[in-house]
Write a protein that binds this ligand. Structure first.
Ligand SMILES: *[C@@H]1O[C@H](CO)[C@@H](O)[C@H](O)[C@H]1NC(C)=O
Ligand SMILES: *[C@@H]1O[C@H](CO)[C@@H](O)[C@H](O)[C@H]1NC(C)=O
Ligand SMILES: *[C@@H]1O[C@H](CO)[C@@H](O)[C@H](O)[C@H]1NC(C)=O
Ligand SMILES: *[C@@H]1O[C@H](CO)[C@@H](O)[C@H](O)[C@H]1NC(C)=O
Ligand SMILES: *[C@@H]1O[C@H](CO)[C@@H](O)[C@H](O)[C@H]1NC(C)=O
Ligand SMILES: *[C@@H]1O[C@H](CO)[C@@H](O)[C@H](O)[C@H]1NC(C)=O
Ligand SMILES: *[C@@H]1O[C@H](CO)[C@@H](O)[C@H](O)[C@H]1NC(C)=O
Ligand SMILES: *[C@@H]1O[C@H](CO)[C@@H](O)[C@H](O)[C@H]1NC(C)=O
Ligand SMILES: *[C@@H]1O[C@H](CO)[C@@H](O)[C@H](O)[C@H]1NC(C)=O
Ligand SMILES: *[C@@H]1O[C@H](CO)[C@@H](O)[C@H](O)[C@H]1NC(C)=O
Length: 873
């Protein structure tokens, strides 16, 4: 008999469950694929949710939607197993709905009596480049028994070697490590190569979980072996490895693929509370630029990958809180436009932030050069090009809104390369070369002349947008003469583009057959006005006047050539039309160069447009079946009236929410059918950062300061001349004083953190990382794989194993759990003994944590980034 108290709590639980069911937001947005773990161009997994698919039984895929990534999740309830990801077991679970927020994808699933939320969280960490560059994502489970009764619950998750190679025949090697608070598996190729297409053949995949969970089993075995053991009918589970003693294999050679699993038994329970796993795909180094290999930013904060994973796992509750707060802020801003707009932002945010890698170079002794941050973008969905300028331009609105300094670190390598003697063209380059990413050869080709206006205009607009949104005038100070050269090129060429192409010609479908593109000329003229502002910021008044005069006069001519009886033409000499999307640059930079009559004419042109399809407006009359989501959103943000704006947003949202045609949020599709072209398929392009166009319009101007020391321009503008401020004064002085105080605190934190890490490494017998070794290293103990230098794993793996063995939780053979190990639940996870971490380190850690919190508080109060560059020490 149940006690009175438990009857009451059951009743409350029942009410609560009903409330949840009714409170579940009804799904109204139906993308044909949803992001799962989307952090970088190569740590990028999605779930097919096209109509007719069952999200519970579909394997996730890489962003290209054809490379399957085995990632399987099961829940066993009262002895019956239900999939929550990638599985195919009977009885099957019931998928209820999928919700997408800017940082999360939530699958709601009924698994027998348990109602589950399966949440995939890919953090977006504005202004925290250590965290932003760490290519890991969380998946966590919340659940409740809909009948309010306790049930026997076990959970299981695994990934396979598919994560590190395009080819099922590639050999893989693996190991399992336990650190102070984490157990993780890692798997890499036995023949890593940095020449690859989509899935990085030089990557190492990780599957990690907190070691604090009770009755946790972390094991490597074959897919058929482990999954069959877990799903065998009956409460609990017993897992025994059929790969015991092995640490390498050729996948699938015998029809069995090794999988890397973490499973646990929750015993009898009525609810599941945020049980989290982490997955990540790591490459190291990221690229070699200008002869120097570069590592992801987060390596500057951790001695080993184990430390980084520990921090990521330990940070889960706060990371989730940050993500929820960021989601709330973004969605609130976006819903002020419309719910449809909020849907587009939700689907595009992770994609834009996963388009690039933030890197640092190192000194010969392995320490990091914080004055040399550069980001590298892959032209995901289109090509293997590196830092494609038109994609950075398309994604600019997302970076302006989320973290405007990202624009600067993406531009820096482009500017540095083109400022070197390796580049002699008078116009800007389209990229840092055709790659294939991660190769960064540079692009000195004179055939880039075909895109001279496009790229020179883009670069000038981007440089000014970066300075305005951050207050950082260092790029302007450093590259003033280069920028001037491009502006001069535009003065001579922009108005009459002749046969020059816009970047859209790169997309295959959209090869322009027409000369004199008006939208291209517009970009060039706006670029000249941007240069006038840049000159003003530099204190170069005469230049500023000259460029402003040119821009104004060219603008008048452009208006004459472009507007005909209240409509805008797409080319000067024909009755053509198109989305005049470069108008957005005039608005984003608040140039007021383009007369209001042009905006009105654009609106008229669009509303009179006879060829819109169910999925929107064609980009231009050059190809009336091809629509571009990014440029459509640029046009929406530039629209002078809400009717036009919402018409354009609805058009793009119709496609984003149509699950009839496949694709991971593509930028280019057929306006009538919604179909995507075969190649390039434009899947998962960071260009979807354009979804933020409307929000970027509200990003405030900052007071721009050009540091006097940054002027290294080749023609020797004197540093006295280059020392210029724009709209500064007392405010800047105050900001700088505040900054100095914060930097002091920041330096202390960094110093203490470093000391803490140094102590910890010494204690753990870890080696400091040695840069630029091949990510997947020689086998040591048959187990060492990883982007960390081999010696780190070589030395840490055995000591970790020893520690695990001493805890009685790990045997030299992979673990097997028997029912006797399944203690009843309703206990807090044990934290478990730490691995040889001295008290001194702990004290330092808590001190660091305290300082960190203080610093974060200060940062929150004053919007100062956490990771202050240490050269200010
Ligand atoms: C596809 O979209 C329709 C609505 O258009 C929806 O009813 C259906 O559940 C969606 N399917 C999936 C797998 O999301
Ligand atoms: C989705 O598929 C179901 C059946 O599989 C079908 O009835 C429905 O019309 C489809 N929805 C769309 C939007 O195609
Ligand atoms: C997605 O699922 C649908 C329905 O199961 C299937 O027809 C389609 O081929 C899948 N697409 C991809 C890219 O896997
Ligand atoms: C951008 O970077 C500069 C220089 O490091 C810093 O002062 C500024 O606060 C950063 N802005 C944001 C929004 O993070
Ligand atoms: C599942 O997510 C929904 C929102 O999508 C929320 O209302 C509900 O409380 C969540 N359920 C659990 C058990 O956390
Ligand atoms: C769970 O509850 C069932 C039925 O009440 C009981 O037989 C079983 O022993 C319990 N399991 C655990 C692990 O407590
Ligand atoms: C310029 O070219 C030289 C020779 O190919 C190369 O070593 C150097 O790294 C290049 N510099 C840049 C900035 O790309
Ligand atoms: C471009 O337009 C100008 C001015 O109308 C014209 O003189 C020129 O012939 C056009 N160029 C081409 C290639 O059509
Ligand atoms: C624009 O056209 C008007 C009327 O046709 C003419 O008066 C004016 O001079 C033209 N302006 C330019 C800059 O071409
Ligand atoms: C931003 O700066 C530009 C250039 O100084 C100025 O024209 C514009 O009015 C400013 N906008 C705001 C909102 O302060």
């Amino acid at each position: 008999m149940l006690s009175r108290q438990s009857v009451i709590s059951l009743a409350i639980l029942q009410l609560w469950t009903n409330w949840i069911a009714s409170a579940l937001a009804q799904q109204t947005f139906f993308p044909s694929a949803v992001p799962l773990a989307v952090r970088t161009p190569t740590s990028n997994s999605w779930l097919n949710t096209t109509n007719g698919s069952n999200p519970m039984t579909t394997f996730p895929t890489f962003w290209n939607a054809h490379h399957a990534l085995a990632w399987v999740g099961f829940i066993k309830v009262d002895g019956l197993t239900y999939p929550w990801l990638g599985g195919a077991t009977a009885p099957t679970s019931t998928w209820i709905e999928t919700q997408v927020t800017p940082t999360q994808t939530i699958l709601t699933v009924q698994a027998g009596p348990m109602l589950l939320n399966v949440t995939f969280l890919s953090p977006i960490e504005p202004s925290d480049w250590g965290r932003q560059s760490f290519p890991f994502a969380y998946v966590y489970l919340d659940g409740t028994a809909t009948d309010g009764l306790p049930h026997s619950v076990q959970l299981y998750s695994d990934i396979s070697g598919d994560w590190v190679s395009n080819n099922v025949g590639t050999g893989i090697q693996w190991s399992t490590t336990k650190t102070s608070n984490t157990v993780f598996h890692q798997v890499g190729s036995t023949s890593p190569t940095s020449v690859f297409g989509d899935v990085a053949e030089d990557s190492v995949a990780y599957h990690a979980i907190s070691s604090g969970y009770l009755n946790l089993v972390s094991i490597v075995g074959t897919d058929q072996g482990l999954r069959a053991q877990f799903t065998a009918p009956g409460e609990g589970f017993t897992l025994t490895s059929d790969l015991a003693g092995q640490s390498g294999n050729v996948r699938g050679s015998d029809g069995n693929a090794p999988v890397f699993a973490h499973a646990m038994d929750l015993g009898n329970t009525t609810n599941i509370s945020s049980i989290a796993w982490a997955v990540g795909v790591v490459r190291d180094p990221i690229v070699t630029f200008s002869g120097v290999p570069r590592r992801a930013y987060y390596w500057s904060q951790y001695a080993t990958i184990g430390d980084a994973i520990d921090d990521f796992i330990g940070d889960f509750p706060t990371a989730r809180t940050r993500a929820l707060a960021l989601d709330q802020k973004i969605l609130q801003d976006a819903r002020a436009i419309s719910q449809e707009y909020a849907d587009l932002i939700s689907l595009g945010a992770r994609q834009a932030m996963a388009g690039f890698e933030i890197t640092l170079s190192t000194f010969p002794n392995g320490s990091f050069d914080f004055s040399d941050v550069k980001a590298f973008m892959k032209d995901v969905g289109n090509s293997q090009r590196v830092n494609p300028v038109e994609v950075i331009y398309a994604a600019l609105p997302a970076y302006m809104y989320l973290d405007p300094n990202i624009t600067g670190v993406l531009l820096e390598p482009l500017l540095e390369y083109q400022n070197s003697s390796n580049y002699t063209n008078p116009y800007a380059a389209p990229d840092l070369g055709p790659g294939p990413f991660p190769a960064v050869p540079g692009n000195p080709s004179s055939s880039n002349a075909a895109y001279g206006i496009e790229n020179s205009g883009n670069m000038l607009i981007l440089v000014l947008a970066h300075a305005r949104s951050t207050g950082d005038g260092s790029l302007i100070g450093k590259y003033y003469n280069l920028l001037k050269q491009w502006a001069d090129y535009l003065v001579s060429n922009a108005l009459i583009p002749g046969n020059q192409h816009s970047a859209d010609a790169r997309d295959g479908v959209l090869v322009q057959s027409h000369a004199n593109l008006t939208n291209l000329a517009l970009k060039g003229i706006i670029g000249i006005q941007a240069m006038a502002e840049v000159s003003q910021i530099m204190g170069q008044g005469a230049d500023a006047q000259d460029y402003a005069a040119s821009a104004t006069s060219l603008m008048q001519s452009w208006v004459n050539l472009t507007s005909v009886s209240g409509h805008l033409r797409w080319t000067y000499d024909e009755t053509t039309f198109g989305l005049m999307y470069n108008l957005l640059a005039d608005k984003l930079l608040q140039l007021n160069l383009v007369p209001a009559s042009v905006y009105t004419a654009e609106s008229t042109t669009l509303s009179d447009n006879p060829v819109q399809g169910p999925f929107g407006f064609p980009l231009s009359s050059d190809n009336t079946s091809a629509a571009r989501s990014d440029w459509t959103l640029f046009s929406a943000a530039a629209a002078p009236d809400k009717t036009t704006r919402d018409l354009l947003i609805t058009a793009v949202r119709n496609h984003a929410s149509s699950n009839v045609t496949a694709g991971t949020f593509p930028t280019l599709y057929d306006v009538q059918t919604g179909l995507v072209q075969a190649s390039p398929n434009t899947f998962s392009s960071p260009a979807q950062g354009a979804m933020f166009s409307l929000l970027a319009l509200n990003v405030a101007n900052q007071t721009i300061v050009v540091p006097s020391t940054t002027s290294t321009s080749p023609t020797g503008l004197s540093s006295a001349k280059s020392k210029a401020k724009s709209h500064t004064g007392a405010i800047a002085g105050g900001v700088i004083a505040g900054l100095a105080a914060l930097l002091l605190v920041g330096s202390l934190v960094i110093f203490l953190r470093r000391r803490a890490r140094k102590d910890r490494s010494a204690n753990d017998d870890f080696e400091a990382p040695r840069p630029y070794q091949n990510p997947v290293t020689e086998q040591s103990d048959g187990a060492a794989v990883g982007p960390q230098p081999s010696r780190t794993f070589g030395s840490s793996v055995p000591s970790s194993k020893a520690a695990l063995i001493s805890e009685g939780k790990f045997s030299p053979r992979p673990l097997s759990a028997t029912s006797s190990q399944h203690a009843p639940s309703h206990q807090l996870p044990s934290s478990g003994p730490r691995l040889s971490v001295s008290r001194v380190t702990d004290d330092l850690r808590s001190e660091v944590e305290r300082l960190r919190q203080e610093f974060q508080q200060l940062r929150a109060d004053q919007s100062i980034p956490l990771d202050a560059p240490p050269e200010y020490q």
